[in-house]
Design a protein around this ligand. Structure first.
Ligand SMILES: Nc1ncnc2c1ncn2[C@@H]1O[C@H](COP(=O)(O)OP(=O)(O)O)[C@@H](O)[C@H]1O
Ligand SMILES: [Mg+2]
Length: 247
């Protein structure tokens, strides 16, 4: 069995009294696999991804990342947090929540500079990633004045300039036009081929089918409805209907 990246044991999260977002989740993610978090709107995918990223702390249960409890040790000690942030990149569902710099170039350079990567190295990474994502012509623009699809590419670029081992992607194709979606999918295939671990939250079963081998399906009662191979799970039409993933 390959190395564990994440291990969640009986994890629940409530935004407030009675505002349950995820309930009693137990799951594991292994190094090098591409996993989908599938579920209808509101079932708790974004919450789960924020828990895995350490942005939210479970109300109940334990999350381990790389074998260590995420919230007690990793995110409290400065050095451990830097190590975690280097290894795990996160792309928000809402691009506007992630962008803050005056230019795209500064946005792409921010995180790697923050963790102490040298200026020439960061410059090179920004250039390479901008070309890979075909956004080099946007580098001097304000990220706030871009289209939705362009913003999403920049958010992904911000993560790629960190070159993390693990990517947590929340609805990565939303707002992208068909050609950009195809480019993104082929980029994700390259990342998977390079041995990255991908966790993708989506309600798009076609996307899950193309980029993941395993899926964790959430129910509208915020629990895990099923975990298994993507191909097998997506072939079960009555099940997909029962969790409101197809009409
Ligand atoms: N900031 C918040 N405050 C209160 N409730 C929230 C907040 N964010 C999400 N929720 C609720 O938590 C549940 C799960 O939301 P979310 O994780 O965004 O689901 P998904 O990403 O699957 O659409 C929903 O019922 C949603 O209304
Ligand atoms: Mg969501």
């Amino acid at each position: 069995m390959s190395d564990l990246v994440f291990q969640l044991s009986n994890v629940s999260y409530q935004y407030g009294a009675g505002l349950e977002a995820v309930r009693n989740l137990s799951l594991s993610v292994y190094s090098g696999e591409s996993v989908a978090l599938l579920g209808a709107n509101g079932c708790g995918k974004s919450t789960l991804i924020k828990l895995m990223n350490g942005l939210l702390v479970p109300t109940e249960g334990v999350i381990k990342a790389f074998g260590e409890p995420l919230h007690e040790t990793t995110l409290r000690a400065k050095q451990a947090e830097v190590t975690f942030r280097r290894r795990v990149g996160f792309v928000f569902q809402n691009a506007d929540a992630q962008l803050f710099s005056p230019t795209v170039r500064e946005e792409l350079a921010f995180a790697p500079l923050q963790i102490g990567i040298s200026v020439p190295e960061v410059k090179q990474r920004v250039q390479d990633i901008a070309e890979l994502l075909r956004v080099a012509h946007l580098l001097e623009r304000s990220p706030f004045q871009l289209s939705g699809g362009e913003k999403r590419k920049i958010c992904l670029g911000c993560v790629l300039t960190m070159n993390p081992d693990v990517l947590l992607l929340d609805e990565p194709t939303t707002g992208l036009d068909p050609r950009s979606q195809e480019e993104l999918i082929s980029l994700l295939h390259q990342l998977i081929g390079a041995g990255k671990t991908l966790v993708t939250a989506t309600h798009d079963i076609a996307l899950a089918a193309r980029i993941t081998t395993r899926c964790i399906v959430m129910s509208e009662s915020h629990e895990i409805a099923r975990q298994g191979e993507t191909s097998e799970t997506l072939a079960d039409i009555p099940f997909l209907r029962s969790v409101n993933l197809i009409a």
